[in-house]
Design a protein around this ligand. Structure first.
Ligand code: EPZ
Length: 426
């Protein structure tokens, strides 16, 4: 398992170009299964999660190439809708394939994706949405088989604005007969990107980005070429890293409108932020101020995917801040690791009480999930001394060579890969 070794205490400075959005690319790659032919997706970063998704598509019979941030798919050879359990367990986002494969084949077999470090990750809203469209869902242990001779448009209300369920239902409804409305839909930018992509192939969807999405079923789609939006969570991660190291950083190829909640919070801590088109400039030379209360909620509120990163900045703030996590019940696993670096944070049920300290100290810490790992990297950059972050594969799921990305901003960060035990070093 790779490790990152970080020499902290140096302000980040310089300019960086932001990668394409993992959480837009994954559903768009899945949605490509709705059409027969060659589909090209640009601005797709090289990530473990993308690799897993492409391996699943190959396993189902697709041809898939990923070169220089562009994915070339040929779905004309797609021949199976049975997602192997081993691959399903590697990445729960393979659940996104359920809707498209059901719409294309009339049958799909998946396996319960299971929980992960951040929470139970239920899929009941996905299944009930597909049932509303006419699917028969048969659960046999962890195996789930969905059948539908024909999908028919329906009025669907989500009890919770689930991102994945909204996307799965959208994709299944595209080729259904008639009109589908999804109320209390999730409003994330990645859902808007999925709508854009599907409409680029001839779908008729409106409302993504609002809480009501309408899909008018069509007979057939046509392949297209599409570019994925910038990754707002990677953008936010770099912004917080710049603030936590008291640096000056310019971020290019961003979408500031996707980050209004973070920009607002960072400005409240005293960080200077300038926005000009797709450019964000972040800078500060002073200790951040604390924030009385931050609550993670569905978009456009403060995103759960930036909670752990912001906690690092607040751990260094002048004063006490309270963060409440309302999306995932297990998303405070980074707190123990930050405490080992000298942070003063106490978790009380779904809230973390963060008493700012003047400095953090390097330590050996373990990434428990994707965004917690990114937070530990930020903590290592801000800390005095050396930090070793272990289990780096969690971070590689969502950040394309995080050490190279931050190294462009002057970070002293090196990756160490263990020598495979079948290689004898003379
Ligand atoms: C997406 O996950 C993102 N992943 C997550 O990003 C993100 O944290 C999450 O949305 C919330 O914004 C991708 O887009 C690939 P949800 P998803 O369905 O779709 C409950 C990252 O770090 N729920 O909105 O799985 C669920 O238990 C990842 O990039 C049900 O109860 O999120 C959770 O508490 C982490 N039943 C809440 O909703 C369901 O059927 C949010 O889940 C589905 C979800």
């Amino acid at each position: 398992m790779d490790k990152l070794v970080i020499e902290g205490g140096k302000p980040l400075s310089g300019t960086i170009v932001i990668q394409g959005a993992k959480n837009a690319a994954l559903p768009i790659l899945a949605a490509s299964m709705l059409v027969e032919g060659k589909v090209t997706i640009d601005h797709v970063p090289k990530l473990l999660d993308i690799d897993v998704m492409l391996n699943i598509l190959r396993e189902l019979g697709c041809r898939a190439e990923h070169e220089n941030q562009t994915v070339q798919l040929d779905t004309s050879t797609l021949q199976s809708s049975h997602i192997p359990e081993a691959l399903m367990r590697q990445m729960r986002s393979s659940i996104f394939l359920m809707g498209p494969l059901l719409a294309r084949f009339g049958e799909v077999t998946i396996y319960q994706p299971g929980g992960c470090a951040i929470g139970e990750r239920k899929i009941d809203l996905h299944l009930s949405g597909l049932q509303a469209l006419g699917a028969l869902v048969v659960e046999e242990g962890s195996r789930i088989v969905c059948y539908a001779d024909e999908l028919t448009g329906a009025e669907i209300h989500l009890d919770f604005p689930s991102v994945g369920a909204t996307e799965n239902i959208m994709m299944a409804a595209v080729l259904a007969k008639g009109l589908t409305t999804i109320s209390n839909a999730a409003r994330e930018p990645e859902i808007q990107d999925l709508q854009q992509f599907l409409n680029c192939m001839g779908a008729k969807i409106i409302g993504a980005g609002t809480d009501t999405i309408t899909v008018e079923g069509v007979e057939k789609l046509a392949p297209c070429r599409y570019q994925v939006i910038p990754d707002r969570i990677v953008t936010g991660t770099v912004m917080v890293a710049a603030a936590a190291t008291r640096g000056q950083v310019t971020l290019l190829n961003t979408c500031p409108a996707h980050l209004t909640s973070l920009i607002h919070v960072l400005r409240r801590t005293g960080v200077q932020i300038a926005v000009d088109g797709d450019i964000i400039k972040v800078g500060t030379a002073t200790r951040p101020k604390s924030i009385d209360r931050i609550v993670t909620s569905p978009y456009p509120a403060f995103p759960t995917d930036l909670q752990s990163q912001l906690m690092v900045l607040l751990a260094l703030a002048d004063g006490v801040s309270i963060m409440k996590e309302t999306i995932f019940e297990g998303r405070f696993k980074h707190v123990d690791e930050l405490t080992r670096m000298g942070a003063d944070i106490r978790v009380d049920l779904s809230s973390a009480i963060i008493r700012g300290v003047s400095r953090l100290y390097g330590a050996t810490v373990e990434a428990t999930d994707l965004r917690a790992g990114a937070a530990l990297v930020i903590a290592g950059l801000a800390a005095q001394g050396k930090t070793v972050v272990e289990q780096v594969h969690h971070i590689d799921r969502g950040y394309d060579e995080i050490e190279t990305m931050l190294g462009q901003l002057g970070a002293r960060i090196t990756r160490y890969s263990p020598i495979p035990n079948n290689i004898i070093v003379p």
